[in-house]
Unconditional design. Structure first.
Length: 335
């Protein structure tokens, strides 16, 4: 068997060169596109946005059950697509506004807009297109109330909460409103109006955010102080910052238990959910009580581990609570 060879050695080396160049160009463009993808994932705050979408999905699911229809229809995909696009756009606009402060904090310094890998114009165009395009799409595909509420949520997050971060520690309380609206928006996407179970979902998300963020604030308090961002944990003196972070997280972690039972009081869920919510609530409270130990010796570096543990519990607690709610609400319809 003969193997076809190029006519001359020069031809071979030229071919090799061409193919090596082509391979390296392909590798480079692959690396470029995968790093652009990674930059978009950061720009759109993929993990936080995923949780936002999960909460909206829970609202839609429960709203559909209330209407006596299966949640699994095109409406679910349309609502989640619109909410995802607006959430992504809001995150891009948030990072456009914070690109200078993000540059000052190790946690956020490598963000694409802080490092100019994504230009200001690029971020602003994507952000505005996603926020307005997504809201219009939602108004058309679901209902005008849902489109309007989603737009207001984005405005609350980008135009009110984000600038307030440099002005007052009240920003956390204000930011908790847009943070809590997605499940209510999911409900209105399914039902077309705001009803008590949607308000209960809003309340659950609202209350959940305080232990979640008090932990984060404590973990990154040096970052926040360096960037001039006002959070409870950066108050002076340190002892007061610890006491205030502890009191707020404990107050809301205790409140979390009755608020999470509100859906049972409204007959959306039953006893099985109430038991699971109680157990999960005690777990969240336990992690918060451990976090409260930061008040003993506020400058102890070990405190960071307690805060990290509370953050971890917060992001496991919430989807489990919503899952229990959805399963129990579904079960009540079936049995
Ligand atoms: C006042 C409201 C809130 C503030 C200030 C806040 C802030 C933050 C910050 C700064 C982080 C990053 C922590 C890190 O990098 O280690 C974080 C993590 C996270 N947040 Fe929030 N958050 C709030 C509300 C919410 C809401 C409403 C959701 C979703 C429903 C959410 C979901 C998450 C998730 C899933 C993570 C973990 C992400 C990861 O593992 O990287 N947060 N939050
Ligand atoms: C439907 C819709 C438009 C939802 C958007 C609402 C949204 C993304 C809420 C997230 C909650 C929130 C206030 C996070 C603050 O993070 P941060 O910006 O302070 O975090 P950072 O320090 O990491 O930038």
């Amino acid at each position: 068997m003969s193997i076809a060879r190029p006519p001359t050695g020069d031809g071979l080396s030229l071919k090799l060169h061409v193919s090596t160049t082509a391979t390296s160009t392909a590798l480079h463009s692959h690396a470029r596109s995968s790093s652009l993808l990674a930059d978009y994932a950061t720009l759109f705050k993929l993990r936080v946005s995923t949780m936002v979408i999960i909460t909206a999905a829970a609202g839609f699911y429960l709203g559909s059950l209330r209407s006596g229809i299966s949640p699994f229809h095109m409406g679910l995909l349309e609502a989640l697509l619109g909410i995802a696009v607006v959430t992504a756009g809001s995150s891009a606009l948030n990072q456009a506004l914070e690109r200078t402060t993000d540059r000052l904090m190790p946690r956020t310094a490598s963000r694409p807009m802080a490092q100019n890998r994504i230009s200001l114009a690029h971020g602003l165009i994507i952000g505005f297109l996603c926020v307005f395009g997504g809201s219009l799409y939602l108004a058309y595909a679901t209902n005008p109330l849902t489109g309007t509420l989603t737009l207001l949520t984005a405005v609350g997050y980008v135009a009110i909460y984000t600038p307030l971060k440099r002005i007052t520690t009240l920003n956390t309380f204000i930011g908790a409103f847009p943070g809590a609206l997605p499940p209510l928006i999911g409900w209105t996407a399914a039902r077309g109006l705001i009803e008590w179970p949607a308000v209960a979902l809003f309340a659950i998300l609202f209350v959940w955010q305080f232990p979640h963020f008090m932990a984060i604030g404590w973990m990154y308090r040096a970052d926040y102080a360096q960037a001039g961002i006002r959070v409870t944990a950066t108050q002076e003196p340190l002892r007061d910052a610890a006491r205030s972070s502890a009191i707020q997280s404990l107050f809301y972690a205790v409140l979390m238990i009755p608020v999470s039972l509100w859906t049972t009081w409204l007959h959306v869920t039953g006893l099985p959910y109430a038991i699971v919510a109680g157990v999960l609530g005690l777990w969240y409270l336990y992690a918060t009580l451990r976090f409260v130990r930061i008040t003993r010796n506020p400058s102890d570096p070990e405190n960071r581990a307690l805060a990290r543990q509370l953050l971890k519990v917060s992001v496991i607690y919430l989807p489990l609570l919503l899952l229990a709610m959805m399963l129990n609400a579904q079960g009540r319809l079936l049995f």
